[in-house]
Design a protein around this ligand. Structure first.
Ligand code: DC
Length: 245
């Protein structure tokens, strides 16, 4: 088995060092719509979207390529695995690639999904992900989504948004996303239980920053929540311009 400090190397930078770009942090619990919202905000406000969960997923996929048998994972493998992952600019997002190849489908697959929470607990993997994101933020205006972005990765972000929605609504949206059929009440109830359990497991990592703006999206359409955040981004930009940033 792998020890916690297995990835090695990274994790020495202080957040925000040398940065004069706009950073928008979008945090929230599982299935709160962070990634899709962040992507739409990036498109409308002219920022790059960085999905921090996708980086944890790419590290996991690379590790599974090096050693598909999880019981044979060792400390020495992780630095090699993360070295295979690069972030590549698309029109409005940075996406992880492995060995230069697209991995969008692979990182959403069941194998990666089963093992990613294990990999995401390793402090050196967290340090590696955070260093990748901070390096991008020194070069580009970014909107980054995750569960520790406004607290750990960018405590000095220009704008922090914390998205919440009631568990029933999150479960309903998740099921609608997965299937074209309208979910039954029983399916939503079952998915709600799963989400509540996942919230409890993730509770230590999903913390709202004190200066984050809370947006409860339970009764908002996606367009309404994106418009609210884009307006906040414009206000943050105006403040930055006034300060001469
Ligand atoms: O949001 P997601 O399902 O793609 O996240 C994948 C995994 O990475 C999940 O176990 C939560 C974890 N994660 C994390 O620990 N910190 C982040 N900033 C983003 C994701």
């Amino acid at each position: 088995m792998m020890s916690p400090r297995a990835a090695g190397g990274a994790g020495t930078e202080s957040p925000g060092a040398g940065r004069d770009r706009i950073v928008v942090a979008i945090d929230g619990p599982a299935a709160s719509g962070k990634s899709s919202t962040a992507h739409m905000v990036a498109t409308r406000a002219g920022l790059y979207h960085v999905d921090s969960g996708a980086l944890y997923r790419a590290a996991t996929a690379a590790q599974l390529r090096i050693q598909p048998d999880v019981s044979r994972w060792t400390d020495a493998q992780l630095p090699k695995a993360v070295a295979l992952v690069t972030l590549v600019a698309r029109p409005t997002a940075f996406r992880p690639m492995i060995g230069g190849a697209d991995v969008d489908l692979e990182i959403r697959g069941p194998d990666v999904t089963r093992h990613v929470s294990l990999v995401a607990q390793i402090p050196n993997v967290r340090a590696w992900v955070n260093d990748q994101i901070r390096a991008l933020a020194r070069q580009h205006d970014v909107v980054v989504d995750g569960r520790d972005i406004g607290t750990v990765v960018f405590p000095d972000a220009d704008l922090k948004v914390f998205l919440v929605a009631d568990p029933w609504e999150r479960a309903r949206r998740r099921l609608v996303e997965r299937s074209a059929r309208r979910p039954s009440e029983a399916d939503i109830a079952e998915e709600t239980d799963r989400l509540v359990q996942r919230d409890a497991r993730d509770a230590t990592q999903t913390v709202q920053a004190k200066d984050a703006i809370l947006i409860d999206t339970t009764t908002l359409t996606q367009d309404e929540q994106v418009s609210r955040i884009v307006a906040l981004v414009e206000a943050a930009r105006a403040r930055e311009t006034e300060r001469g940033g």
